[in-house]
Design a protein. Structure first.
Length: 98
């Protein structure tokens, strides 16, 4: 039984790594708009709600980045689409200086 679960876990990590590596070939930079900024005090997590073209996504930056960004700011995301169809965020750049 443990052999089966080991194979399943290796398969999942292998496909995630494959998608990450193939996403590097299709990198592009997007300017996205910050719609909302929230903080969960119980779990100490900070989130941004971003308008990315035709859909909205929730993103979790570092605390330092979260403090620098305000609602209605525009930020830059470097993303790539892997061959398995999942996007990967490579770089997150607020447009404000430190």
């Amino acid at each position: 039984m443990s052999y089966f679960f080991g194979v399943v876990i290796l398969f999942l990590f292998g496909t995630a790594f494959y998608n990450f590596e193939t996403a590097k070939e299709s990198k592009k930079t997007l300017n996205v708009f910050v719609i909302d900024k929230t903080e969960q005090f119980r779990h100490k997590k900070k989130y941004l709600k971003l308008d990315i073209g035709n859909h909205t996504e929730r993103f979790r930056p570092t605390t330092k980045e979260w403090k620098r960004i305000e609602i209605n700011d525009t930020i830059k995301l470097t993303v790539g689409l892997g061959q398995l169809g999942y996007e990967h965020i490579f770089n997150f750049t607020p447009n404000k200086p430190d």
